[in-house]
Design a protein around this ligand. Sequence first.
Ligand SMILES: CC(C)(COP(=O)(O)OP(=O)(O)OC[C@H]1O[C@@H](n2cnc3c(N)ncnc32)[C@H](O)[C@@H]1OP(=O)(O)O)[C@@H](O)C(=O)NCCC(=O)NCCS
Length: 79
Amino acid sequence: MTAGFDGRRCCAYRLAVHPDHRRQGVATALLEAAERRFAALGGRRVDALVLEDNVRAHHAWGAAGYRREDHWRRWVKPL
Ligand SMILES: CC(C)(COP(=O)(O)OP(=O)(O)OC[C@H]1O[C@@H](n2cnc3c(N)ncnc32)[C@H](O)[C@@H]1OP(=O)(O)O)[C@@H](O)C(=O)NCCC(=O)NCCS
């Protein structure tokens, strides 16, 4: 997992746990560590990009207290 803070936004990326070690609280521990660090830096909200069809991820993010916001869409420009 990567956790990034640009001084305003806290972003959590690439949350993944090896299949042999899932459902043992590893993702929960990673997120809690990132959230503690964000909070210490003054962050107030964490953003995560989660694919619409990744139901397993929805469960994991939801269990960690994250909620989907329907009014956003990702805008991108390939370089
Ligand atoms: C999503 C992922 C990171 C979760 O990692 P994990 O270490 O297994 O998660 P945790 O053990 O911390 O799970 C915490 C809670 O999330 C929920 N959860 C996690 N995986 C779940 C699953 N497959 N089905 C239902 N709920 C799930 C449960 O509530 C779980 O608590 P519990 O085990 O006490 O019931 C892991 O499944 C993974 O690497 N998936 C592939 C990569 C991926 O899709 N990453 C997300 C990108 S946005």
